[in-house]
Design a protein around this ligand. Structure first.
Ligand code: C2E
Ligand code: CA
Ligand code: CA
Length: 763
């Protein structure tokens, strides 16, 4: 898997594809030819000045212009000889055998040039056979004379666009060995099998060429031909041949370029792989380097090398194929562009964070939960913030989530959604972990000059095996559910359908449970830190379901809220708790009774009259009842909630802010919420002995709460040391398993009777 992924990265594709193309049959050769052609236009050098071409015009004597008369050629050769050349090559078709006097004049002219005279035979078809390079049909120029005059051959192998590529040193034809013109001109012999390429940097326009007519009329500098190699050539309709860097040319130009190549000490052809490797290394350094500038520099130098190395090396005799390197940078460039394009689609524009599309684009790792966090009041926050701070807001939230969960990649979706994947811990641990994350949002967000209180809700998907898109969507849907219901975490289960039947029947089962005692209240004691005496209790709901067993309140309160049964359940709880409080306080005690109020009910218009009616009817002092509220973020109508709470307080009820520090009930929020008591969340309390940070939060919260006239309750005290520490910190009231577990009423009553006699001083 990892290996495949590596191989699919742009970096390795840019190495593999060109290498495979090069190895699997030179697919890149056309590219090399193209670049060789371009490159060879520059850095040209002069042709060897030791060679002179004397051209005979086609129509000089012969009306049809395709051959030279023997008489005319004889005269030209005589003129050449008079200048005492070094050697003479004759490259002309003649009408031998048609004019006796002309023929003998030619024989005489040639004889007087001997031994430094040769005929040139042309053929464009070269074949290879077992004996070496072979020309299928060789037309000897003047068969009658060729027995006594050596013949050299001009013939070039060419590529698919008919550009000359190479010629051998020698040809073997019908048992005879003929030298190639180029090697004869260079006077170099390399054997039968070997071939060589022309010198493409030779400038064919600098070959000395004079007209035969000018020579005959004496218009040529005397001595121009002296000591030089002279080629007497007929400029008939000779086939044109491609010459890299010089377009199409007379084959003679290539023969001279071939000779020039042979006189160079060095000519080395480098295939595409070496440059590919060099360029790839540069690309690789670029992609590995951290800093943007050096990245760009490496990449630019890779591109530069593709063109510069072959161009500058060519004059020194190194012909380097560019195609490998070129394919490398092209593929890498395109792959990066593609990558960049998809990345752009997968980025949230404001924050620059990858978006949810990016998360769902690839398979999710095994053993991971998908978690989506949604910010409460996201729209409100964004509406308040100027547009340029929107990205900063998202980044700040992502940073908090990142710090809290140790995750580096957080995806940012529309509507205040943040997503990531995390190791799938046991469910309880995972939910605990997420609730811990919520605590990080008790500190207001500070974006520029703006401060926001916010709250966060989580959707969790643990359906491994489903595809990424479904999982991300499920987590988003669950997060939205959590936001709507005010729950911290919603779990998306594939078997939610099965759950639906349970939800539908909940209406009936809650009523049934209330009637037959399956639903009951447990009471957890609260102790005064100063006196060490029991001072109150929190009523906690319990359900022993006949088929499902004991259901934790966290689970069924949510269901009751969804099923619209929360109100009935709450009023029943209050009535039941009042009954308990009246019984406990019957002989003059004043134990506080705390009840939990669902966030769904806080803003309801019937709440205040409902509670007022109950206390009046039951004849209980409302000051003995403490109403705990949490999750104010999910309250739909905030002003109504604040007004309800204010009214309840003026009726004499005590108000307590539950789970302080985890939800929106942050410090800044305290100011506008009427309350008498703060309950520090157990996630803080359980860590004060081990974590400096939580200790500081608890310490400063106690101070601030006291300054605001609030009573501070610590819940979740699980050991003696924590209890002692809280006493030392000045906390007012303690609650937790160490002091007492939630107990059935009869048990709690016994406990309260024991406590009335101050036997144990907790201090
Ligand atoms: P809560 O209001 O924060 O209640 C405190 C929870 O902490 C209770 O869980 C209690 O059993 C648990 N607890 C107490 N001492 C310790 C301790 O030392 N260590 C640990 N680890 N836990 C401790 P419980 O009873 O499962 O209740 C869970 C939540 O369900 C409550 O959290 C409350 O939000 C909700 N709830 C319970 N009863 C009612 C109710 O009658 N009405 C409403 N609306 N919500 C209720
Ligand atoms: Ca509570
Ligand atoms: Ca609590």
């Amino acid at each position: 898997m990892v290996m495949l992924k590596t191989l699919r990265s742009p970096l390795y594709l840019a190495l593999l594809i060109p290498a495979l193309l090069a190895l699997a049959g030179n697919w890149l050769i056309p590219v090399d030819h193209m670049f060789l052609n371009i490159r060879s236009k520059y850095g040209k050098h002069e042709a060897p000045q030791s060679i002179v071409v004397v051209t005979i015009d086609g129509n000089q004597n012969d009306p049809d212009g395709s051959v030279v008369t023997t008489r005319n050629l004889a005269r030209i050769l005589d003129d050449v000889r008079r200048q005492v050349p070094y050697r003479v090559f004759i490259d002309a078709p003649v009408n031998y055998g048609q004019d006796k006097t002309g023929d003998s004049a030619l024989v005489e002219a040639i004889n007087s040039l001997k031994p430094d005279v040769s005929f040139i035979a042309r053929n464009s078809e070269i074949m290879r056979d077992s004996e070496g390079l072979n020309v299928e049909k060789l037309q000897l120029p003047i068969p009658e004379l060729s027995k006594s005059v050596p013949v050299v051959i001009s013939s070039w192998s060419s590529n698919f666009v008919n550009f000359a590529t190479s010629t051998p040193y020698n040809f073997r034809i019908n048992g005879h060995t003929y030298q190639s013109l180029a090697s004869a001109l260079a006077e170099v012999d390399g054997g039968l099998q070997k071939t060589f390429r022309p010198d493409y940097l030779l400038d064919p326009d600098s070959i000395i060429k004079i007209r035969a007519s000018a020579l005959q009329s004496g218009r040529v500098t005397p001595g121009l031909l002296s000591g030089r190699t002279v080629i007497v050539a007929f400029e008939g309709p000779t086939p044109q041949l491609g010459f890299y860097g010089s377009a199409r040319r007379h084959p003679l130009d290539l023969d001279i370029a071939g000779a020039s190549a042979l006189t160079k000490t060095f000519a080395f052809w480098v295939e595409e792989l070496p440059l590919l490797l060099v360029v790839w290394l540069l690309v690789r350094f670029g992609s590995l380097s951290e800093r943007r500038r050096s990245k760009t520099l490496w990449h630019a130098s890779a591109v530069l090398c593709v063109f510069a190395i072959p161009t500058f090396a060519q004059p020194f005799g190194f012909y380097i194929h560019v195609s490998g390197g070129l394919a490398c940078v092209t593929i890498y460039g395109f792959a990066r562009l593609w990558h960049y394009r998809t990345r752009r689609i997968q980025l949230t524009s404001a924050s620059g964070l990858p978006n949810l599309l990016a998360l769902s684009a690839s398979p999710l790792p095994v053993g991971q939960d998908v978690i989506v966090a949604v910010i409460a009041r996201d729209e409100e926050i964004l509406a308040t913030l100027p547009k340029e701070l929107h990205g900063e807001c998202a980044l700040q939230i992502a940073r908090r989530l990142g710090i809290g969960s140790g995750i580096t990649t957080i995806y940012n979706g529309e509507g205040g959604h943040f997503a990531w994947t995390e190791e799938a811990r046991p469910l309880e641990m995972q939910i605990d972990h997420l609730e811990g994350l919520r605590a990080l949002f008790s500190v207001p967000l500070e974006i520029g000059p703006h401060t926001f209180d916010t709250n966060i809700h989580f959707g969790l998907d643990r359906n491994e095996g489903l595809d990424s898109v479904t999982r991300v969507n499920s987590a988003v849907a669950s997060a939205n559910d959590a936001l709507a219901s005010g729950r911290a975490v919603e779990l998306f289960e594939a078997d939610r359908l099965a759950e639906a039947t349970w939800e539908l029947s909940l209406h009936a089962s809650i009523d049934e449970g209330l009637r037959n005692g399956q639903i009951w209240l447990a009471y957890q004691g609260q102790w005064d830190t100063r006196t060490g005496e029991l001072c109150g209790a929190e009523a906690l709901i319990r359900w022993n379901h006949p088929t499902r067993g004991p259901i934790p309140p966290d689970a069924f309160i949510l269901q009751a809220e969804r099923a619209g049964r929360i109100e009935a359940l709450t009023y029943w709880t209050i009535e039941e708790a009042i009954t308990a409080a009246l019984a406990l306080n019957a002989n003059g005690q004043r134990l506080q009774m705390s009840v939990n109020l669902s966030a769904q009910m806080v803003d309801q218009p019937g709440l205040v009259p409902g509670l007022a009616e109950i206390v009046k009817r039951r004849g209980i002092d409302p000051a003995l009842l403490t109403i705990e509220i949490t999750e104010t973020s999910s309250v739909r109508n905030r002003p109504a909630a604040v007004s309800n709470l204010t009214s309840l307080r003026s009726l004499g009820f005590r108000l307590s802010i539950d789970d302080f520090g985890t939800g929106e009930a942050s410090l800044a929020y305290l100011a506008d919420l009427p309350s008498d008591e703060l309950k520090l969340d157990r996630r803080f309390i359980s860590r004060i002995l081990t974590h400096e940070r939580e200790l500081r939060i608890v310490q400063s919260t106690i101070e601030l709460a006291h300054a605001l006239g609030q009573v501070v309750v610590a819940e979740g005290i699980e050991d003696e040391a924590t209890w002692r520490k809280l006493i030392q910190l000045g906390c007012d009231i303690g609650q937790g398993y160490h002091l007492a577990r939630p107990l059935a009423f009869s048990e709690f009553e016994k406990l309260s009777n024991r406590m009335r006699l101050p036997l144990v001083n907790k201090r």
